[in-house]
Design a protein around this ligand. Structure first.
Ligand SMILES: *Cc1c(COP(=O)(O)O)cnc(C)c1O
Length: 392
């Protein structure tokens, strides 16, 4: 049975390792989040925004030509059709409603590629709340269009100038900010990572994905579950949302797809479940890529959203316990799968989601089995990278 215990652990992974200065903020959230999310008024507003603003429910699409190629029944859960282009908005809508109820007047967030930054800036504009996004200096240069989007939406983008000047450094800056401004500020974390209750709170907001999937599968296939459910994992929020209502349904095979980068043994990888060891990162105990003396090893992936040295505690537990199977996909394999989906189905996936598509090649299915791939986002942001590698 996959279950979160009262201290925020999935098996041995999770918990809340926070500086004393943040204890009361995290504790405040822990006390209210389950009850508030369940309240009818909260649900009414959350559902209204998911429907009228985000565009939910997202379709479940039968991919006929892809199914033909892999000789099985493949469905795509179209999170790429959400407002702002990915699943991340499901979580930022939920958290802005929590922040509003807590009376917070200032929002901070961390971002790597800028997708979570854009989703956060979007909901802050919607609610008229001040927004500050921390982003590594290197990422600011690499992701200019998303920086422009955040600014147009009224957010302030602050560069993280320490370390490798990428996502983990931006996260450190955001935590530092929260320590300095605990009273008026809420920190919208972008994945199922961080101290309890963030991983569980974010998973609950993203669980709308599998809630819709159950109903859609029942209509289309006559049963409310797939035989195989595939999702890419950076921190793990889109996978957590897709897996959520199937965690304790043994008939559903869960497949978590990680980024192998240039290869697991290349030194340029983000395959945390293979290369990671137990440790504490950004407030929770989980698997992370670290040296023998506990320094973080820089991850690498062609997709910025999978380029994280850790993995959410739920996924660390799912993989360690054997409930989920981990598959690692290289940059090359992901690019190829992105082109394949574009040419076979007319859908250009985010490079992150292309990793999930590429996993089809590593698995075997029966012809009659139902396979659902969570298509976490659209590929507009990745066109430049795709074009660099375009087949002749
Ligand atoms: C951010 C992102 C991811 C990775 O984040 P998770 O928390 O693992 O879901 C995957 N796909 C897309 C499109 C993203 O923007």
């Amino acid at each position: 049975m996959i279950q979160l215990d009262e201290y925020g652990y999935y098996g041995k992974f999770g918990g809340a390792f926070v500086p004393e200065m943040l204890f009361s903020n995290v504790e405040e959230l822990r006390k209210i989040y389950v009850d508030w999310i369940a309240e009818p008024d909260f649900q009414k507003e959350f559902q209204r925004l998911l429907r009228d603003y985000v565009g939910r429910p997202t379709p479940l699409f039968f991919a006929e030509r892809l199914s033909e190629k892999y000789q099985t029944q493949i469905y795509l859960k179209r999170e790429d059709l959400n407002h702002t282009g990915a699943h991340k908005i499901n979580n930022t809508i939920g958290q802005i409603l929590i922040a509003e109820r807590l009376g917070k007047t200032r929002i901070i967030a961390e971002t790597g590629a800028g997708q979570h930054g854009v989703a956060t800036a979007t909901v802050c504009a919607l609610k008229g709340i001040r927004c500050i996004v921390y982003m590594g200096e290197v990422d600011i240069l690499r992701q200019a269009p998303n920086v422009a989007r955040m600014k147009m939406l009224g957010a302030e983008v602050r560069p993280a100038k320490s370390g490798s000047r990428t996502l983990k450094d931006a996260t450190n800056e955001a935590i530092r900010d929260w320590i300095q401004n605990p009273d008026d500020t809420h920190y919208i974390i972008g994945s199922v990572v961080g101290p309890h209750p963030f991983p569980d709170m974010v998973a609950r907001f993203q669980s709308v994905i599998s809630l819709e999937m159950k109903k859609q599968l029942l209509e289309k296939t006559g049963k409310d579950y797939p035989d195989h459910l595939i999702a890419c994992v950076g921190g793990g929020s889109n996978a957590a949302g897709a897996f959520y209502h199937y965690l304790n349904r043994k008939e559903v095979g869960l497949i978590a797809v990680e980024a192998a980068g240039e290869g697991i043994d290349s030194g340029k990888s983000a395959a945390t479940s293979v290369l990671g060891t137990d440790g504490i990162i950004h407030g929770s105990r989980t698997l992370l890529m670290q040296t023998a003396d506990g320094q973080i090893i820089e991850p690498h992936s062609i997709s910025a959203g999978l380029d994280y040295p850790g993995i959410g505690p739920m996924h660390a537990h799912l993989i360690a316990s054997g409930r989920a199977k981990a598959v690692a996909i290289t940059d090359q394999e992901a690019l190829q799968a992105g082109f394949e989906l574009a040419r076979l189905e007319g859908i250009i996936p985010a490079l992150e989601s292309a990793h999930a598509i590429a996993a089809l090649d590593k698995l075997s299915f029966e012809k009659s089995e139902v396979v659902v791939i969570n298509l976490s986002g659209r590929g507009d942001k990745d066109l430049e990278t795709y074009m660099k590698f375009a087949p002749k």
